[in-house]
Ligand binder design. Structure first.
Ligand SMILES: [Zn+2]
Length: 276
């Protein structure tokens, strides 16, 4: 893959201890992907445009990190042991602890896209190791560095930002019910304090969006690693419903600007909270 696997934009003006990371909005499909699915069929996993929705983060004093590679190639929001043995042509030479995500075919390296096989072949161990080395590790190194810099003066806030399909309950194999516009996840209260969730929640509610907490998305690997509220390290996953801002062809729709303004208000509220 040519070029950097991510973009990192520093705060403009005085920096606040806030990091926003968008691990799934990458759209640079590497030439060595070797998938059978192509085009929109392969792009279903993307949180397309999410880094653009949050583009005002640096103006609010936050650092903004966005992956360039697509999450179906390798998913930065999975641990390195979330390995799918059914995808490999040889045993993995390290610890393997497949999670529920791997059971669903969407572990560290995705095997399925919306239930369809992504490959007509097995991947080599070297191929997966190369994806880890070129994408996963540099992304996490950049995130860790930004988080460490943010925490240098005390508490820090980390927003891990995503978008979710409108039929998320079905995809997760859960009983169907209406999906909120925004789902805030903090692993059932364990990755940030109540004030952090309430700050973001109030800003979005006041902008007219419905908000749920931890239902159906609680957060996964990234906030599990970064959220330690007892140390003042607050991490919150923010999922926005895709139909609010893009269409079936993954183009921005008429709702994009309104959602972007609401997220800007949420960032302003978090910045005010961080200053206090
Ligand atoms: Zn995502």
């Amino acid at each position: 893959m040519p070029g950097s696997p991510f973009t990192l934009i520093e705060a403009r003006g005085p920096a606040l201890p806030i990091v926003v990371d968008s691990p799934h909005s990458g759209t640079d499909y590497p030439a060595d992907f070797g998938s059978v699915l192509q085009g929109l069929a392969l792009r279903q996993g993307e949180d397309t445009w999410v880094h653009e929705l949050w583009a005002s983060a640096p103006a609010h004093g936050a650092t903004l990190l966005a992956a360039h590679f697509p999450r179906a190639y390798i998913d930065p929001n999975r641990s390195l042991v979330d390995i799918d043995a059914a995808l490999l042509d040889a045993p993995w030479p390290g610890p393997v602890e497949p999670s529920r995500k791997t059971e669903l075919g969407i572990g560290l390296v995705w095997r399925l896209m919306d239930g369809k096989p992504i490959y007509d072949r097995r991947l080599t161990v070297a191929e997966v190791q190369a994806r880890i080395g070129r994408c996963w590790r540099p992304y996490h190194a950049a995130l860790d560095e930004a988080l460490a810099a943010a925490a240098a003066q005390g508490p820090r806030w980390h927003l891990n930002v995503h978008s979710m399909p409108d039929d998320s309950y079905r995809r997760l194999g859960l009983p169907d019910k209406p999906l909120a516009d925004v789902v805030l996840g903090n692993l059932d209260g364990s990755t940030c304090d109540e004030a952090t969730v309430a700050t973001i929640e109030e800003a979005l509610l006041s902008a007219g969006y419905s908000v749920a907490r931890n239902d159906p998305f609680k957060g996964v690997e990234i906030i599990r690693a970064s959220g330690q509220p007892q140390r003042g390290w607050h991490a919150l996953q923010v999922e926005v419903k895709r139909s609010l801002y893009m269409d079936e062809r993954r183009e921005r729709n008429a709702g994009f600007d309104r959602l972007q303004r609401a997220l800007d208000r949420a960032l302003a509220a978090l910045a005010a909270h961080a200053r206090r």
